[in-house]
Ligand binder design. Structure first.
Ligand code: ZN
Length: 288
């Protein structure tokens, strides 16, 4: 019942069933719960959104790092490729066989593998490739040291630089027969130098040869210097290439001061002209 407070008004009478009151109260409670829970939910959601945004920006930063990492790995790959190229070029220059890499690691693959997160695969392959190069360089080093030692012990220069006055082989003057060396014109007392490193195997008089020096160079090769006036070495002495071993004279059967120079392979005299001017490449044909 509604009662107005002014005198003219009449009280209004409303009949409301009790169930309506309960319904209204229920609706109010329901809407209160609805609003409250949606507020809580939206708070949680916004927090999640903030987290998501943070994660997104972090992953972007990581992507930047991965990209720069990929670029750097590609650079490393290129450097390795360059190393392989130089290695093979060096081998070609030295007349050695090229080296085909068994590890396939192209720069295109590096960047895709790194982006796919297979960084460790790329590094393992790069490591394998470097190990291959190490082996190759080790081989080159061994080859160079072999070549150095063989070249040093291969007769490859003139015992005395002068005019060749008599060649190797059959001749009729001054004595008929086979000439077992070459004669190089020189002045008396001129220094005669060993044409390779070796060990003096003989110093003394030989019939026809006069004062003679023989040097053993190993690998079945020896040289002989004859018609000397004096010696500069003793038997058993080690000599370097270019070391003075005796002095020019005309002892033995000699018509004038000259060096009689012989090169022997496994005891047999060969033409010394082939051994007068050798370098690594021309000398290497005698190393088999
Ligand atoms: Zn001679």
């Amino acid at each position: 019942m509604v009662v107005p407070h002014d005198a003219r008004g009449r009280p209004i009478c409303l009949k409301i069933p009790v169930s309506w009151v309960y319904t209204a109260l229920g609706l109010a409670l329901f809407s209160f719960i609805l609003v409250g829970s949606s507020m809580i939910y939206s708070t949680l959601l916004s927090r999640k959104l903030v987290n998501y945004a943070n994660t997104l920006s972090r992953s972007e930063q990581q992507q930047v790092v991965i990209n720069s990492f990929s670029d750097k790995t590609v650079k490393v790959g290129r450097a390795i490729d360059e190393l392989v190229r130089q290695d093979n070029e060096l081998r070609k220059l030295l007349g050695l066989k090229g080296w085909q890499s068994k590890v396939k690691l192209s720069t295109d693959r590096i960047s895709s593998e790194v982006k796919a997160g297979k960084v460790s695969t790329v590094f393992e392959e790069a490591n394998d490739k470097l190990a291959e190069r190490n082996k190759s360089l080790e081989e080159l080093k061994q080859w160079v040291s072999f070549v150095r030692s063989r070249l040093a012990s291969t007769p490859s220069s003139w015992p005395f630089y002068g005019r060749l006055v008599s060649f190797f082989g059959y001749r009729s003057y001054p004595w008929r027969g086979v000439h077992t060396g070459v004669d190089i014109q020189a002045y008396r007392g001129a220094p005669v130098r060993s044409t390779a490193a070796g060990v003096v195997s003989f110093v003394g008089w030989r019939s026809g040869y006069g004062k003679t020096v023989e040097i053993d160079h190993g690998h079945g090769v020896a040289t002989l210097y004859a018609h000397n006036s004096g010696y500069a070495v003793k038997t058993g002495q080690k000599v370097r290439k270019g070391q003075v071993v005796c002095y020019v004279g005309m002892t033995g059967w000699s018509t004038g001061p000259h060096v009689h120079y012989e090169v022997r392979r496994y005891g047999r005299p060969v033409n010394p002209v082939a051994f007068l001017n050798l370098n690594i490449f021309t000398a290497s044909r005698f190393w088999r």
